[in-house]
Design a protein around this ligand. Sequence first.
Ligand code: C5P
Length: 240
Amino acid sequence: MPTAHPDIPAAERLIVALDLPNADAARALVTELGDAVGFYKIGLELCMAGGYFELLDWLKARGKKVFVDLKFFDVPETVRAAVRALSHRGADMCTVHGNQGMMVAAAQDKGALKVLAVTVLTSLDRGDLLDLGFDCDVERLVLSRARRALATGCDGIVSSGLEAAAIRTELGARLLVVTPGIRPVDNRSEDDQKRTLDAVGALAAGADYLVVGRPIRQAPSPRRMAEAMQAQIATYCAAR
Ligand code: C5P
């Protein structure tokens, strides 16, 4: 399948998740990765550690793009106001993880900030959905949430690579697809990710951006691993 958004520079398609205990550890990893990575995701762990917005500013001052992954879920007015405030801080992407009303509110005042709706966490499988009270097929739920994201004015969705192809088939290039849960072909690491694909597999399925955390952070050389993934992405994109 051709890349849905060929205008995105190949080097920006890799988003490294800075799931680290504090902002100093995040800065150290960013420094180590250097120009191998230009896009970072900062999430809940760093938010709780303190210095979150100083880190955002520090990343922006170094020319990095920043994805604020706090998965907003609240009454619509609070979601609207939070996204609006964030758009003034220079973040490039954020996530909302709620129903139609929350998605509408998130898209309302977002400015240039890209709002992504989380479809179904890549750590959840059908059994986990049942446990949450959703007696339905994962792909069906992802597609229904993707349709809703489009209808409410969100810019994209967060989805496993396993559902990206179905989203592209139905919705074409109208949404950005951001895909976490990137693992070697057969995920033997036995971590919490259940619905995984490798980097090229996810791109081939229609992902625009890949979110990668532990496979880079826990590699013997994070920089070499990031460079290897960037090379795979560049090769794939050049061939499309
Ligand atoms: O370490 P790993 O590569 O599993 O990191 C994936 C990142 O993507 C984590 O920061 C996680 O919060 C995030 N994420 C996810 N599934 C989603 C949305 C975000 O794994 N649906």
